[in-house]
Design a protein around this ligand. Structure first.
Ligand SMILES: NCc1[nH]cc(CCC(=O)O)c1CC(=O)O
Length: 323
């Protein structure tokens, strides 16, 4: 039997095409099979509304998942941070490849860093998580900034700085890396000030859970692209997000990193933050434990940190969430 090409469902944006192309190449190498990209338009791509208004969670993902569930494609690549924390029974997260730089970055006029921005600087971001932490970061440096909600693809966002409408925009380093635009960055924001979205910088490769033999074989093959360290880190971050009952547009930042002695990885540290979008109050905590040896252990660390954050009033700071 000649094996047909594997169909990879992808969004059409430049970023989605870049990351799907990279995964397609890796899958070709891994399986020796042809991989064909199938473009799917998602509601998140066509809507002009702000993300928070259209409900945030899953707007980029739902159409891809539908195409997958209907059998129109064999697997799909998502930005992990856009993936809702609930996993549909019929789908499986077959691989989480090694994560890229998880940080947020600033692209500002005239090469300015965040701390060099003038008072009143207009900084574009529609993300409540970024607003909360950028405003808090500004406060600790005696600066006031104005966060301006923006939407659009990477080119559009950078365009607001080029045309003088904004002093700066904030984007994810990973997205810029994947489309070869890292040279535009004027400041890599330290995670000590701005924690990324849970799962930021990582990709998720999703398949049908395997009702038939083809699906099961594909899931097994794609496991070759999984990076276990990234997997436990993002599992903990997403468990934190889920336990805070917050969606991907909520003001929650989280980052798990594996700490080692240069020889071996010994511990995992999970940091989390929630805050009001004006940055006037943040709950930021960290927890360290042995490197999880199972998804269950990783998720437990996330839930433990969530409980500590809730005990410090985290829920009250997320009150301005949209529906
Ligand atoms: N919210 C949109 C989104 N989803 C994933 C990325 C790219 C970074 C990543 O893969 O984590 C971006 C753009 C951005 O936040 O700048």
């Amino acid at each position: 039997m000649t094996e047909r090409a594997l169909r990879l469902g992808t969004r059409r944006s430049k970023l989605a095409m870049a990351q799907s192309g990279q995964v397609a190449e890796a899958v070709r190498r891994l399986t020796g099979r042809d991989v064909e990209l199938v473009e799917i338009t998602t509601y998140g791509d066509v809507s002009r509304e702000h993300l928070a208004q259209i409900g945030g969670t899953g707007v980029f993902v739902a159409a891809l998942r539908d195409a997958l569930a209907r059998g129109e494609v064999d697997f799909a690549v998502h930005s992990l941070k856009d993936l809702p924390t609930t996993q549909p029974d019929e789908l499986v997260l077959a691989a989480v490849p090694k994560r890229e730089d998880p940080r947020d970055v600033l692209i500002a006029r005239e090469g300015l860093t965040f701390e060099q921005l003038p008072n009143g600087a207009r900084v574009g971001t529609g993300s409540p998580r970024r607003m909360a932490q950028l405003n808090a970061y500004a406060r600790t440096h005696g600066l006031t900034i104005e966060t301006v909600p923006i939407r659009g693809n990477v080119d559009t966002r950078i365009g607001f700085v080029r045309n003088g409408e904004l002093d700066a925009v904030v984007l994810a380093a990973a997205g810029l890396n994947r489309i070869g635009r890292t040279d535009e960055v004027t400041d890599f924001l330290s995670v000590d000030f701005v924690l990324p979205a849970p799962g930021q910088g990582a990709l998720a490769i999703e398949c049908r859970a395997g009702a038939d033999g083809h699906d099961t074989a594909l899931v097994a093959a794609l496991a070759g692209l999984d990076d276990p360290h990234t997997r436990v880190a993002v599992t903990a971050e997403r468990a934190l997000l889920a336990a805070l009952e917050a969606g991907c547009s909520a003001p929650v930042g989280a980052l798990a990193d594996l700490l080692g002695d240069g020889q071996a990885v010994t511990e995992m540290r999970l940091r989390g933050v929630v805050g009001t979008t004006d940055g006037s109050s943040l709950v930021q905590l960290s927890i360290t434990g042995p490197v999880p040896t199972s998804h269950g252990d990783a998720a437990a660390l996330g839930r433990e940190l969530a409980d500590e954050m809730l005990a410090k009033g985290a829920a009250g700071l997320m009150g301005e969430r949209a529906l």
